[in-house]
Design a protein around this ligand. Sequence first.
Ligand code: AN0
Ligand code: CP
Length: 372
Amino acid sequence: MFFPFISFLFAVLLKNDYLCMKFCKILFFMRVFQNVADLGDLKQALSEAFEIKANRYKYQELGKNKTAMLIFFNNSLRTRLSTQKAAMNLGMNVIVLDVNQGAWKLETERGVIMEGDKSEHLLEAIPVMGSYCDIIGVRSFARFESRSDDYEEKILNQFIKYSGKPVFFMESATVHPLQAFADLITIEEYKNCTHVEPNPLFGGVAIDRVPNKRPKVVLSWAPHPKALPQAVPNSFAEWMNAADVDFVITHPEGYELDPKFAGNAQVEYDQMKAFEGADFIYAKNWSCPGVTRPNDYGKVLGDYHDYSAWTVGERQMAVTNKAFFMHCLPVRRNMIVTDDVIEAPTSLVIPEAANREISATVVLKRMLEAIK
Ligand code: AN0
Ligand code: CP
């Protein structure tokens, strides 16, 4: 940032408009989409989201002859499809690469004698990929081998450093900002909702409700048989702390999220107490973040069967303010949430997933504006 800042000052002194604009864009426009702060004013970002939702092809010309490259080190359904659709909304070309299917196996550590099964180093692969596109999205989950490697975002930071292109995070070791932005859009759409129609897929009866003036949003841990990353709850917490909501996190002891994301959010260890009067329940499993139990980073604590009372069901939903149910998907039914709750008229999982197209379109639009 230092070099562009000095260059910007020089350009101002020289009264060179072209250079001023160039360095201004480098300084102030979106080059990386990782955290809530990268979006700037949230109200503005939300109004852009609703503008795009009303006419998702409005910026078709912006991406003409520009290429988005989507790199997946891990599986995906929603991120892959919604981001591809978002790029198409903006008139972009899209290249999708599943690194583990067809590309060379990549070494990520410097200094390794590459005599094993890895044929190529990330330090060559990244600039090569960067040379074929204008914007790069990367999905690379936490590896749970080293907490510091994960929390320092070792892989994504190499893309930022060596690709030469704007980089957006499609779930990294610690964050999933496209999901959190879609979640915020969904909450904004439903927070004043007083009448809920039967579920379009599963029926049920219509519901009338009186929303709280300031929506109460609860992030609830739920059990899962395998160790999952903290990226989704980290970003959700970060974004809810920045939004105009009352935010509560509930989980069993040992699952405390990193304060970098959880901030001063209220933590309530009693799930039933946390759910009281809530307008939105956001369920998610995550493995031990290693905050209060550093040696257990990335682990499932104890036997998950012993936590079955945390599965979100009618019992917990009954104490809420006829809350909407949210989950980023994919979800394991009757592990995270019961069939009845996910199929209820108040379940938002499908509109929430649909909003992934909208959050991705806003982010790609912002990045295209930065490189124009
Ligand atoms: C991933 C996770 O929990 O981070 C992706 C969620 C969007 N989920 C699984 O691996 C099942
Ligand atoms: N919610 C989400 O990111 O889903 P995928 O893992 O299918 O992309």
